[in-house]
Design a protein around this ligand. Structure first.
Ligand code: NAD
Length: 288
């Protein structure tokens, strides 16, 4: 592995999460800094909720340029920041901290990453109706950002579990804060799901269904839920093609997995922290 020449000038950006050692994020960010010719390194720090306040104090004291934030810290880190962006506030989660001369601003680029990956694939839901399944962190970010960016109508489905109230709250926030008209439906109502999908431009799975330990599984009963001009996307990036995407592709739908969302949320975070945008085609090639 070729190593960045670290000197007295080298700056640091962190990633604070637990567990963290499996994360691809530092490799993505370091590749981007190298491409942009920046003397910065990105390191993963094993920080959980108990250590977070001290870690943010450390970030300030050590004058880090910023930090990426992942679970379990996304929903609590706002307490230790000076400002939170409107989208991050609506999502109730921060995944990026920007240090502007000691003033810490929290952002959420997960939803931005999803919307940019749609654009990158020539998909534009502006002014259209979408159906999105999910009530967790990824779903909330995708739903809030899509509404902020001009989706006209959104049908949100979620199963009856500990996350369900989150989806109901998201519907309320979207209706109160954006021009999008959102409606909540229980995922158990599969007839309704089929109807809402039939009148949508875009359908998205924003749950962990399709990824380990739920790999090979989908809540879509059969291919009659899809029609060839429905665009079908998944936030899951591993496997590259979930059971749901496979069924949709076979039904003739244009499909997109979660890899683009992951890449573009990183590109957006780098742009917020450093004011420079790395070439997405280079990053796709570099990261395989
Ligand atoms: P989370 O734990 O916050 O939420 C889990 C969601 O899955 C909830 O809505 C829950 O109701 C739903 N769910 C779980 N089991 C289900 C089942 N059997 N049937 C129906 N719904 C079920 O998780 P999260 O952080 O929102 O992550 C969800 C998925 O999104 C994961 O696969 C994760 O890898 C992926 N993700 C992708 C990106 C990206 O950049 N592409 C970013 C974040 C998360």
């Amino acid at each position: 592995m070729e190593r960045h020449q670290i000197t007295g000038h080298t700056e640091l950006i962190g990633l604070m999460a637990y567990p963290i050692r499996h994360s691809q994020s530092p490799a993505t960010h370091n590749a981007a800094y190298e491409k942009l010719g920046l003397d910065i390194v990105n390191l993963a720090f094993e920080v959980d909720a108990d250590d977070l306040e001290d870690a943010i104090k450390g970030l300030r004291a050590l004058k880090l340029r910023g930090s990426n934030i992942s679970m379990p810290n996304k929903t609590i880190v706002h307490k230790y920041l000076d400002e939170v962006s409107p989208a991050a506030k609506l999502c109730g989660a921060v995944n990026t901290i920007v240090n502007k001369d000691g003033y810490l601003i929290g952002h959420n680029t997960d939803g931005i990453g999803y919307v940019q990956s749609l654009k990158d694939n020539g998909i534009d839901p502006t002014g259209k109706k979408v159906t999105i399944v999910g009530s967790g962190g990824a779903a909330t970010a995708v739903q809030i950002q899509s509404a902020l960016d001009g989706v006209a109508e959104m049908s949100i489905f979620a199963r009856d579990d500990k996350f369900k109230d989150n989806a109901i709250e998201t519907v309320k926030k979207i209706n109160e804060n954006t021009n999008c008209k959102a409606v909540f439906y229980p995922l158990e109502d599969l007839d309704r799901l089929k109807e809402e999908m039939a009148s949508s431009y875009l359908f998205t799975n924003a749950t962990g269904v399709g990824m380990k330990p739920l790999e090979g599984i989908t809540y879509i009963p059969d291919a009659s839920f899809f029609r060839p001009d429905l665009i079908v996307t998944d936030v899951v990036y591993s496997p590259h093609e979930t059971a749901m995407l496979k069924m949709a592709r076979k039904a003739g739908c244009k499909t997109m997995n979660g890899q683009g969302m992951m890449l573009f949320q990183a590109i957006a975070a780098i742009e917020l922290m450093l004011g420079q945008r790395v070439d997405s085609e280079y990053m796709k090639e570099k990261l395989g």
